[in-house]
Design a protein around this ligand. Sequence first.
Ligand SMILES: Nc1nc2c(c(=O)[nH]1)N[C@H]1C(S)=C(S)[C@@H](COP(=O)(O)O)O[C@H]1N2
Ligand SMILES: [Mo]
Length: 411
Amino acid sequence: MNNTSGNSTRRAVLKGISFAAALGAPIPFLRFLPAGLAPIALAQTPVSAADFGKGGLTVLGDRPLNMETPPHLLDDGVTPASRFFVRNNGLPPSVENATDKNWSLIIDGEVNNTMMLSIADLKSQFETMTLQLQLECGGNGRKFFSPGASGNQWTFGAIACAEWTGVRLADVLKAAGLKDSAVYTAHYGADTHLSSDPEKDALSRGVPITKAMDPNNLIAWAMNGEAMPVMNGHPLRLVVPGWPGSCSQKWLTKITVRDRVHDGAKMTGASYRVPKLPVAPGTPVPDEDMRIITSMPVKSLITAPATGARFPVGDELDVRGHAWAGDLDVAAVDLSTDFGATWHSATLDLPTNKYAWQQWRAPVRFDAPGYYEVWARATDAEGRMQPPLPPGWNPKGYLNNMMHRVAVFAD
Ligand SMILES: Nc1nc2c(c(=O)[nH]1)N[C@H]1C(S)=C(S)[C@@H](COP(=O)(O)O)O[C@H]1N2
Ligand SMILES: [Mo]
């Protein structure tokens, strides 16, 4: 062994001793911990009680209000309304007096019949659908990019899957009659720009007509069988699953069909756009080298056990969570308890319906006392897997689908 590798071996041993001391536990699989990765239990910043919002969510900012859900609170197959993350770009509207009769939705632009529909009209003129649909913010995982990006420092919890009730966006667009010139939708909501300037939109995004016509997109008025929380878009919102959450306009008032790609608020520049080709972290990227984010990448979450949990040595422990893959299905979920050296497949359920996240579970056991990590890695129907570290650096920190790791102690 030459001197250099002798030194680095010694450094690794010293690092292992200091990790174990900081954790207060031995690390049986320390030899597999990749160089450069610290135990996840040491990276977790404690959140103060003042940071907890509705239902135990972590408040990332209050103007605008943004809250994410700690993974162990996302254990339900259908996320309760109280645990659904909140992502606002502007100031939410006052909707206390909104009713089925007085809230209206305009459909205009490249259509044969401009329409103005109340929620009562939507309910009476179109077929009502109830679907479990997952919604993930394009910036979920932003916190882990280096160099970092400004904006909400989402970790893992800007994802949820609720049961939505509404009408198909496709049915409403068909009723309006799309012209041959129809290319893209433009979505508008009743919220206000942070500057309070009425000429500016907080957010106005859209999708290509082919995505808009997917029968799984809903214009929804209910979440989990009840009126949805004001912060999640009451009384009417779009749910366009599989694509960045920003395509799912809350407090929906208007959909304009356009003859070109929409250029509304947060459609251009670095907003919800990523480099067309990979770039070195920190590289400035000109607008023309960026593309609009379409389908979100494959991802999974470990919802039980909660990170930091302690278990008796030799006990069988049920690990479970969800996995989703944008427009695709998830084909497999694998778990590792030795820092990625070996993998075991989890039992994976089919989605309840297209675009519902998929539940998975697997038993795990630890035969010696110490510190362990459970890593989950989902694979989509086209064979793409989650990476261990943030993939594809981009200026605004989107699309981080790195594996979720939880810390577990066996005593
Ligand atoms: N009108 C309006 N709709 C909006 C937003 C917004 O700021 N205003 N935020 C979008 C973003 S970026 C996301 S990720 C989702 C989040 O939905 P939620 O707040 O119900 O979790 O709403 C989208 N719809
Ligand atoms: Mo978002």
